[in-house]
Design a protein around this ligand. Structure first.
Ligand code: MN
Length: 455
């Protein structure tokens, strides 16, 4: 159906809704969103990116996580992809006039071989990776024909999987905006602040360029790995923290102090060139991957390095920094998995689940530290990233010794040489467990107590 119908129904001189264009996917993950729409009737608009637009259904009662609940979903016209980020007010008198709350967003994975055909056939299965909606769902068209095939009702049904919740009304439990935390009243009240000027003319404020000069915040040092499902845990990667900026073929790698690393690591630059994206900003750590699977900080002459990426801050005009870490990471995963096989670019591993288990296992296998990140946090959010060093006695593998007399544990008077000797003493016990695993050490710029690790 394209966007013709969408355009016909709207007067862009009067509405601040984005005008949009039919977008090309180009290896990006497909997006979905759910907008709570207080128009003549309150309803939820359920939208899936497909064929360069947002395929849309109006769901009067909103989605449910209860697999025994079938929610009526009336197909509505396709919307432009830009609309998926819209939260604001549509002027009275316009089509859909009222308030729009961005209730959920994320990415979706088709569970049919050919989602286009599945959609036409009236039974589309998919997995949602949003903040509130997760896991398998199906959209199924009712078999009965009311005479107008295009307006036949559909049903939105949760698949019965681990993310199903019987008797739960997620729309009641989590009514807030996924973008701003606001309710409909606040969005209506703030209308001028959120959507102003120009948008009615050209669709939207000009697409953002890749931000320059972003500085990653060092992790907060903690004593214990946080518990709870809201955390994602990663094995600390050792090396140099680096942001990679891709801008239409121009690629730059910069360290945490915004100094260029591009000339030092040409292999990383080449690997980034293979990623199918026009503009992007990655966050990660450049490390030397050793034959035994551990990593170490690269020294100046190292060329054969690997860029372990764990965050995506910008993608083709979309500033992702305010999005949930998990959503950014998912976007990163989809981007990397689909577009490069270079050994110089890797996604850093992550674990959802019990922090104490990840910590115990990770440390046992020789990880230097566990990094825990709040799944819902925006980039740079305070206390959203914590690092917990593993107990000294289980750290493994010897770093090359520059400044052997440097005090690593100031209070205990332990130097780098002491640590190396300790490594040597325990190597025969530890190395068999870490051999062949992509484990890494944290390079600490200062003493361990300073939290001076590069990740
Ligand atoms: Mn609507």
């Amino acid at each position: 159906m394209g966007l013709d119908q969408y355009w016909r129904k709207r007067d862009f001189g009067r509405t601040p809704e984005p005008r949009g264009v039919v977008a090309k996917r180009k290896g990006r993950p497909r997006r979905f969103c759910v907008q709570k729409h207080a128009a003549s009737h309150l309803h939820y608009d359920f939208r899936l990116e497909l064929e360069g637009v947002l395929k849309s259904w109006a769901v009067p009662k909103g989605p449910s996580l209860d697999p025994s609940v079938r929610r009526l979903a009336m197909p509505t016209e396709d919307h432009p992809l830009d609309y998926g980020d819209f939260e604001g007010v549509i002027p009275e008198g316009q089509y859909g006039g009222g308030t729009v709350l961005l209730w959920d967003r994320g990415t979706w994975i088709p569970l049919d071989d050919d989602p286009h055909r599945a959609l036409r056939a009236g039974r589309l299965r998919f997995e949602l990776r949003g903040r509130k909606l997760r896991g398998a769902f199906v959209l199924a068209r009712a078999s009965r024909d009311d005479g107008d095939g295009a307006r036949r009702p559909w049903q939105l049904i949760k698949g019965d999987d681990a993310s199903a919740r019987r008797g739960d009304e997620v729309t009641d439990r989590r009514p807030e905006s996924v973008a701003t935390g606001r309710d409909l009243e606040a969005i209506a009240r703030d209308r001028d602040r959120v959507w102003d000027s120009r948008v009615g003319e050209i669709g939207r404020a000009p697409r953002e360029s890749v931000p320059k000069g972003s500085r990653p915040r060092p992790p907060t040092r903690a004593r214990e790995v946080p518990e709870g499902d809201e955390w994602l845990h990663e094995i600390a990667v050792v090396g140099e923290r680096a942001l990679a900026r891709v801008d239409r073929g121009r690629i730059e790698l910069r360290d945490a102090r915004d100094r260029s690393l591009s000339r030092r690591f040409p292999a990383v630059i080449s690997a980034l060139r293979e990623v199918e994206v026009e503009r992007a900003l990655f966050d990660g750590i450049v490390a030397r991957l050793r034959p035994d699977g551990t990593t170490a900080a690269p020294i100046p002459s190292d060329r054969d390095v690997t860029y372990f990426v764990f965050d995506l801050l910008h993608r083709d005009g979309d500033d992702l920094r305010e999005r949930a870490y998990e959503e950014r990471r998912q976007a990163l995963e989809d981007l990397i998995a689909g577009s490069t096989s270079s050994p110089h670019l890797r996604l850093a591993g992550a674990f959802v689940g019990r922090g104490d288990e990840v910590f115990a296992k990770g440390c046992e296998l020789g990880a230097p530290a566990i990094v825990s990140k709040l799944r819902d946090a925006a980039f740079g959010a305070r206390s959203a990233v914590r690092i917990v060093p593993c107990p000294k006695r289980t750290a493994a593998a010897a770093p090359r010794l520059t400044k052997p007399d440097k005090l690593l544990w100031r209070d205990d008077g332990i130097t780098k040489r002491d640590l190396a000797e300790y490594y040597a003493a325990i190597a025969e016990h530890v190395v068999p467990h870490v051999r062949g695993r992509p484990l890494t050490l944290v390079r600490a710029a200062g003493a361990v107590e300073d939290g001076g690790a590069d990740m």
